[in-house]
Write a protein of this length. Structure first.
Length: 156
């Protein structure tokens, strides 16, 4: 089976699983649905981890880059440090390290100390990071594909 058929099969399965739950919680306004894939593998995200737009940027849960959660190794790992009122969240690879100060709303490149124009946010108890900035920093690609079931976000 080629990857397009596999992807279509996974999209249909996701709609069958998510559809009934979303129908029961729908309001009068439109609900934006996002489906996520890494390479050719669909990700299963709980509704509280669904990507969201914040300040004009699309944010995804950090687990989108965590191979232990997705089963796909994009070459990016993470770390967290809670000490007192400080909450540091890091994404790192062989190319470098991004350190987000979640409480201060800042981000720095660890090797140079350069301030980056992005921040991490906590939503529903989960850390979300900006898709464009993180992918650009680590040399990853992403795409958006509108489907009749929602927008598919694919990271490669």
């Amino acid at each position: 089976m080629n990857w397009k058929k596999r992807l279509l099969t996974l999209l249909c399965a996701a709609v069958l699983v998510l559809g009934p739950g979303l129908a029961g919680t729908a309001k009068a306004d439109t609900v934006e649905i996002y489906l996520m894939a890494e390479n050719d593998q669909m990700l299963t995200l709980p509704l509280e981890a669904m990507p969201t737009w914040i300040g004009g940027s699309l944010y995804v849960p950090y687990t989108a880059f965590d191979w232990t959660a997705t089963g796909v190794n994009l070459g990016v790992s993470y770390g967290q440090e809670h000490s007192g009122s400080k909450y540091l969240f890091s994404l790192y690879s062989m190319e470098g390290t991004l350190v987000f100060d979640v409480n201060a709303g800042t981000c720095q490149e660890a090797g140079t100390g350069e301030d980056m124009e992005m921040k991490a946010v906590v939503r529903n108890g989960r850390v979300f990071v900006p898709l464009t900035g993180v992918c650009r920093y680590f040399g990853l690609s992403y795409s958006y594909t509108p489907t009749q079931y929602g927008t598919l976000i694919r990271i490669t």
